[in-house]
Structures are given as structure tokens and as C-alpha cells.
Design a protein around this ligand. Structure first.
Ligand code: MTE
Ligand code: LUZ
Ligand code: MOS
Length: 753
């Protein structure tokens, strides 16, 4: 069973955008972006840039034939700045030249005069000053917190600070636009959302959508960073190609990509939580100040997911969660694996952790006491159905003797002065479906060719997560033919229209279900044809097994190839275009209640950390996970997705620190200053067990989505490290603040306040 993407990646054969051969007439683009975070543009001088060697044209907002607007949800983001700039890295001019280096050199020669305006980088500061993306907060309510504070034995209040995260996909934002006959365009770009490119470019150029063909073969990673933010770069090449009638290519340098694009949202969150003496959570009130950056982008749906996941895996009868979408002068922050969920979950885990000290009950006992049970209600009104929180939790205790782990760590800690170990348990629960119900739709186009080979087109974007392989497996399973017969085609808006982004972990679910509908329709026609031809009355007696036809269990001596070729000769339709929309989901955005998710993914993890208390450095010694994947379509892919997400999650709460100065300038704008986990930092011991006997009707072949949920296990690393630090220095009042970098660990180890 070959996943040809991985084989080609290893051989270096996979074509990314910068690898595509381009005609000799092609031009190269570079972006001149705002050097200040907030200001009024007084004048723009392009003469020097235009006169620079090799330059063909320089475009500014006045060259846009249609609407200068790329905001997908709220129209608050210009393709090219006009009067004002709102963040460092906001595109102002687009330069095209004969070579890439000529374009980049010329971009440095654009001169702009600004009147500087006040710069805001902190979300609470923005909130205080009334700088908001939308004026009203989002509020999710269950029960009534105000009625129960009096009944609580313990009330804890605190603030949690969470940092952002750089996507660091291997392939930077890239696109090539080709003019086509009749004034149209073909745009190849590194996007998770080709339809957004098509729609936005059409509106920017003032042409109709059918004039634009938007295509993607694969991405060198997306992680959410190309769900909304691939659009600007594709539209810039589209604009130039449309105007110049020449292909135009733009590849952002790593540093430009890091400076110009948004990241995971930093949050400041204030909470108040009330407990009974035994550790039952009675009420939870939380306010999130989301740092949206300078434009809405996907911040509002991201805030929805923060609110939806604000109680993580716990049932809390009284919840009031408020989210403010705060406007700052940073690049618009955007989707990133987990999509606001991680931020919501971190805060409740912090609240439990803090309370555990005051209650004198260990965090995992509080976690266990409040864990979801069947029928419990989420703050958005959906009930737990087929929940697996309890099972995953029980299984991890059954498999690993947590009391023994605890004893071992205590012994280790009392025997070692300069090394301390800590452990933490981290359960997860993540809703699967786009929270915006409308987006939960997909289509597939399946062709069976007369030689028996199959081509499948869907809206799914392959970005390393293996969605193509899964869809091929789904098709091979339905037709009962070899996987090698099934090819997944590029993603292209002329074959699949009105697609949703490949996001929300639902790429394989939505597109896999659509593909399965199309394959079943073709299979049914083939079987009907065969039965009719051979005078078989009961079509249920016919089946394909391993490329051969069987009737009533007996080999008919007739192959898949015979079947397909014969059907073709008899004018049977061997193609199908299908559509899938997730059934039974709805959400009322006025009350924030409904059933937004088709299902949930559950799991539990156990972390053990070791901190070097002289240096402040640390390692995660081991991570043990019990994860509910339903019936895995491909265990190798699912395991690697879980491992990758886990390590990315650990990175978010440990090493990865994004620093902007007060002028809104990104200081960590390359890999010498921004640290991501490497193979040496990756836990040496990662054990992942997929929960047995879990079946998931809404998922193809009873599977569950895998892409994002395991990211949130990573939060456990923070608490495991923190617990080790606290056992070195018990007197310390340590802030709940991530990332917990080695520098921060060191400060906390020796701060005796
Ligand atoms: N895995 C790899 N290798 N590269 C990626 O960019 N993106 C993640 C996840 N796994 C990503 C990845 C994110 S953010 C999502 S939403 C899902 O993959 C999307 O794919 P799926 O819906 O097919 O799971
Ligand atoms: N994108 C989106 C997402 O538009 N809506 C979502 O609910 C979502 N969830 C996770 C990741 N991306
Ligand atoms: Mo993933 S954040 O939904 O692209």
C-alpha cells in the first residue's frame, strides 16, 4: 500500500510551486510592505523602483480593476494599502521584474512617507481603548454562574497569558498566475482554500468566477496558515498577470513570510472558578481577550471554537464564557491547528491546576471527578453522545500505574537536588465539523477509465496529512480493487466548485464521504449492468472481491477490467459527480446553542518531564496517549498525525516564542531567533494506543478525524514541566504563562517570591 506522496517526497520528486517549470515569458514578483505598524500614507514614490534593473511594472491599490478587498468574513482587509497601514508587513506595492532578485531589490527602492499613529500590540490594551474587530463580545452560557458562587467552598481567580505560534510550513506562501484565453486566469497557489482564491481574485479583478481556474497539487504544509492567508499572495500575482498578460510568480522568502503573515492568536484570559470541597467544579466564568491583529481574518470563528472548548473534557453545570476579538497593530492572526481550541483548553487546565493546590487535591483527581459522562451538555447545548472521555481515562490508568509513576518521581526528586521530574495528565475533547455549519459540504468527481484505472477529484488539499491516501483507500475499498489503480487528482475549481477549505480536521471526512457516494453510484451501475447482462436477478448476489466478480460466493471468472471495458462498450456512465453535506448539524448564532459538531474526538495523555534545575533546560521524557480514532483508515498516517500534532502542541507551550516589540516589529523573524522543537527535543518515548471498539457513523469507514485533536495533548507538557519546577521551588508564585521557555523556567526556579 503505497502513499505515493511520501515516496515522492523522499525521492525529491514531489512538485511544489517553486519546482514547477514556467514559460520564459514569466515574471517574478516581490512585495513592498509597510515598515511601520500604524500610520497614514502621505505619499508613495515609485520612480526609483520602476527604474530599477529588470523591473516591468509596479502595482499599487489604484491599479486594482475591481474591489480592493480580501477579507473573507468581514470586509476589513485591503489587498494593497490605500490611505492607512495597520501592521508591519501590510502590502503596499507589488513589483514585477524579469528575475526574482531584481524584483526583491526593486522592492527596497519604493519610498513611502507616513504620519505615524499609535501602535497597539496587547489585546487587553486594545480592549481598554475600544479597539475591537466587532463591538459585541461572543458569549456562551450554560446555567447561571451568579447563582452558585455563594455555594462554592473555594473560588479561584487568575489571569492566563498565552503566546502565538508561527506555522513554519516548509513551503512558504507561493503562487503563479497564468493569463488564459479570453481574459481569464489560471492560478496555482499554495492554499488550503482554492475556492477562496477564485472568489477573491474574481472580485479583485472584477471578472466572473468562471474566468478563474484555481489549482493546487499539494502544499509543503499549511497547518491553518494557508486557510485564509494564501489569498493575498495569489491575488497579487493574479493582478499582475491579468494586467501584463504574462505569467507572474511570487514566492515569499522565509523572513518575509514570517513578518507578513499572521500566526496563532495570543490570548489574555481572566477566569473565576468555583469548587465544592471535594473538587467538583460548580461554576466557571472566563473572559478571553483574543489578539486578532489588524483585521478579522478567521478570528471570529476561532473565538467560537475557544468558547466551544472552554471546558475541555469537563462537565461544568454553570458556565459563562465571553470572548472579545481585539484589534491590534500586528499581522492578522489566523487559523492554526486547533483553531482557538487550545487557548480555551489551556485556561481551564490552569484553573484546575491552581485550585488543586488550594484544595489540597491532586489535579488528576479533580480532572477525573469532572470528566464528561454520557448525556452531559456542552456550553453550546450539544449533548455527549457516544462519548469516550471516561473510557480513555480509565484505560490510561489501567495501562500505566499512575500511583507507581508518582512514587517513582517522588523518589527521584528527593534523591536529586538539581534535577526534578514532574508529571501531568491531559485529556482532550475536540468537536469535528466547521463551527460555521454552511461550510460542512464537499463534492467529488470520480472517473473510471476504460482500462480500469480510477481518477478522483475532490476539494481536499493534500498538505502532508495524507488525505489523498485516505480517499484512495476509501475508493479502493468500495470498488474492491488494488490501491494502485486509484489516483487522486490535483484540486481544481473547474472540477470541484464551491469547495470549503481543507481545514477543521474534516478534509478526509467531508471529501471522503463525497468520494464514497460517487464510487458507490458507479459501482451500482456496474453491478446492475453485469447482473442484467448475465441474467442474474438478485444483484445482492454479485460482489467484487479483489478485482474479481463473484456470484453467490462463486468465482465468475470475470475481472474488474472485463467489467469496466464491457460496461464502456455498452455505453454505461463510468463517471460520477457527487455531493455530501454533513447531516443533522445546526447552530443558532444568536443564542450560541445547537449541535454544531457531527461528533467529538476524545483522548487522554500522560506526560513526564525532567528539568535541569541548574540550567533551566528540560525534556519531556515520555508521553503516553490513549486516543479515540474510531476505526482508523490508515494507522500509519493516523499515528504520524498524532505524533506530529503532539510535538507541535508541545512546541507551542514550551520553546516557541513570538516576540513583537512595542512598535509592532517582529523580533523573532527567522530561525535563529524562533525555536521550534527538533528531533532531539521530541520526546524519546511516545506511546500512542488507539482506543478499541470505537465506531463512528459520520466518519468514512467509521473513522474519526485526526488532524488537529492531538495538538492539544501538548498542553500537558506545560503542566508536567511546571510541576517539576514547583517541586524544586515550592515557595514560588508562578504565573500561568506560556510558552514556558527554558529562560522562563530558569527565572522561576530562582525567583523566591
Ligand atoms: N499535517 C501535515 N503534515 N501538514 C499540515 O499542514 N495541517 C493540520 C493537520 N495535519 C497539517 C497536518 C491541520 S491544521 C488540519 S485542519 C488538518 O491536517 C487538515 O487536514 P484533514 O482535514 O485532512 O485532516
Ligand atoms: N476553520 C473554520 C476551522 O473555518 N471553521 C472551523 O470551525 C475550524 N475549525 C478548526 C480548524 N479550522
Ligand atoms: Mo487547520 S487550523 O483547520 O487548517
Amino acid at each position: 500500500m503505497k502513499n505515493y506522496d511520501s515516496v515522492r517526497h523522499v525521492k525529491g520528486e514531489s512538485l511544489f510551486i517553486d519546482d514547477l517549470s514556467i514559460p520564459s515569458s514569466a515574471l517574478f514578483g516581490a512585495v513592498y510592505a509597510s515598515p511601520i505598524a500604524h500610520g497614514k500614507i502621505l505619499s508613495i514614490s515609485l520612480e526609483e523602483a520602476k527604474a530599477s534593473e529588470g523591473v516591468v511594472a509596479v502595482f499599487t491599490q489604484s491599479d486594482i480593476p475591481g474591489v480592493n478587498q480580501i477579507g473573507g468574513i468581514i470586509h476589513d482587509e485591503k489587498l494593497l494599502a490605500s490611505e492607512y497601514v495597520h501592521f508591519i508587513g501590510e502590502p503596499i506595492a507589488f513589483i514585477t521584474a524579469k528575475t526574482q532578485s531584481q524584483a526583491r531589490l526593486a522592492a527596497k527602492k519604493v519610498k513611502v512617507e507616513f504620519e505615524k499613529l499609535e501602535v497597539i500590540t496587547d489585546p487587553k490594551d486594545a480592549f481598554r481603548k475600544g479597539s475591537l474587530i466587532v463591538n459585541d463580545p461572543k458569549i456562551y452560557i450554560n446555567g447561571n454562574v451568579d447563582e452558585v458562587w455563594d455555594k462554592c467552598d473555594l473560588i479561584v481567580e487568575d489571569t492566563v497569558e498565552l503566546g502565538g505560534q508561527e506555522h513554519l510550513y516548509l513551503e512558504t506562501q507561493s503562487s503563479i498566475s497564468y493569463p488564459t484565453e479570453g481574459g481569464g486566469l489560471k492560478i496555482i497557489s499554495s492554499t488550503q482554500n482554492p475556492t477562496a482564491i477564485q472568489r477573491t481574485a474574481a472580485s479583485v479583478l472584477n471578472i466572473s468566477a468562471n474566468q478563474i481556474e484555481s489549482e493546487v497539487s499539494r502544499l509543503g504544509g499549511g497547518f491553518g496558515g494557508k486557510e485564509d492567508q494564501a489569498t493575498a499572495w495569489a491575488c497579487l500575482t493574479a493582478l499582475a498577470a491579468y494586467k501584463l498578460k504574462k505569467p507572474v510568480k511570487l514566492i515569499l522568502s522565509r523572513q518575509d513570510d514570517m513578518r507578513m503573515t499572521g500566526k496563532r492568536h495570543p490570548y489574555t484570559s481572566d477566569y473565576k472558578i468555583g469548587f465544592s470541597g471535594e473538587g467538583k467544579i460548580l461554576a466557571y466564568e472566563v473572559t478571553y481577550y483574543q489578539n486578532a491583529g489588524a483585521a478579522a481574518d478567521l478570528s471570529l470563528p476561532i473565538l467560537d471554537r475557544t468558547l466551544a472548548h472552554c471546558t475541555n473534557s469537563y462537565f461544568i453545570p454553570n458556565v459563562k464564557a465571553t470572548g472579545w476579538c481585539c484589534k491590534t497593530n500586528l499581522p492578522p492572526n489566523t487559523a492554526f491547528r486547533g483553531f482557538g481550541g487550545p487557548q480555551g483548553m489551556f485556561v481551564i487546565e490552569s484553573a484546575i491546576h491552581k485550585a488543586s493546590k488550594l484544595l489540597g487535591i491532586e489535579p488528576h483527581l479533580i480532572q477525573a471527578l469532572n470528566l464528561f459522562k454520557e448525556g452531559d451538555e456542552f456550553p453550546y447545548g450539544q449533548k455527549i453522545e457516544n462519548g469516550k472521555s471516561q473510557e480513555c481515562w480509565q484505560r490510561i490508568f489501567e495501562k500505566y500505574d499512575i500511583d507507581a509513576v508518582k512514587r517513582d518521581l517522588e523518589t527521584f526528586n528527593s534523591n536529586n537536588k538539581l534535577f526534578k521530574k514532574g508529571y501531568a495528565l491531559m485529556p482532550i475533547c475536540f468537536g469535528i465539523s466547521f463551527t460555521h455549519t454552511m461550510l460542512n459540504q464537499a463534492s467529488a468527481l470520480v472517473h473510471v477509465y476504460s482500462d480500469g484505472s480510477v481518477g478522483i477529484s475532490t476539494g481536499a488539499i493534500e498538505m502532508g496529512q495524507g488525505v489523498n491516501m485516505k480517499i484512495r483507500q476509501i475508493a479502493a475499498n468500495i470498488f474492491n480493487v488494488n490501491l494502485s489503480r486509484i489516483k487522486s487528482e490535483t484540486t481544481n475549481t473547474t472540477r470541484n466548485a464551491n469547495t470549503s477549505a481543507t481545514a477543521a480536521s474534516s478534509g478526509a471526512d467531508l471529501n471522503g464521504n463525497a468520494a464514497s457516494i460517487a464510487c458507490n453510484a458507479i459501482l451500482k451501475r456496474l453491478i446492475n449492468f453485469f447482473a442484467e447482462k448475465n441474467n442474474i436477478e438478485d444483484i445482492n448476489s454479485v460482489e467484487i472481491r479483489n478485482e474479481k466478480l463473484f456470484v453467490n460466493g462463486a468465482d465468475f471468472n470475470y475481472s474488474w477490467n472485463d467489467l469496466v471495458l464491457n460496461a464502456y462498450h455498452n455505453r454505461i456512465n463510468l463517471s460520477e459527480h457527487s455531493f455530501y453535506a454533513t447531516p443533522d448539524i445546526y447552530f443558532d448564532t444568536k443564542t450560541n446553542k445547537g449541535k454544531p459538531f457531527a461528533y467529538h474526538v476524545y483522548g487522554t495523555s500522560l506526560f513526564i518531564s525532567k528539568v535541569d534545575c541548574l540550567r533551566g533546560t528540560y525534556e519531556i521524557e515520555s508521553v503516553k496517549i490513549i486516543h479515540d480514532i474510531g476505526q482508523s483508515i490508515n494507522k500509519v498516517i493516523d499515528r504520524s498525525q498524532a505524533e506530529g500534532a503532539l510535538v507541535q502542541g508541545i512546541g507551542w507551550v514550551t520553546l516557541e516564542e513570538i516576540i513583537y516589540n512595542s512598535d509592532g516589529r517582529l523580533l523573532t523573524d527567522n530561525l535563529s531567533t524562533y525555536k521550534v522543537p527538533d528531533i532531539n527535543f521530541t520526546p524519546k518515548d511516545i506511546e500512542i494506543e488507539f482506543l478499541e471498539n470505537s465506531y463512528n457513523k459520520p466518519g468514512p469507514m467509521n473513522s474519526k478525524a485526526i488532524g488537529e485533536p492531538p495538538f492539544m495533548y501538548g498542553i500537558g507538557a506545560y503542566f508536567a514541566i511546571r510541576n517539576a519546577v514547583e517541586s524544586f521551588n515550592g515557595r514560588k508564585e508562578m504565573k500561568y504563562e506560556a510558552p514556558l521557555t527554558p529562560e522562563r523556567v530558569l527565572m522561576n526556579l530562582y525567583n523566591n517570591k
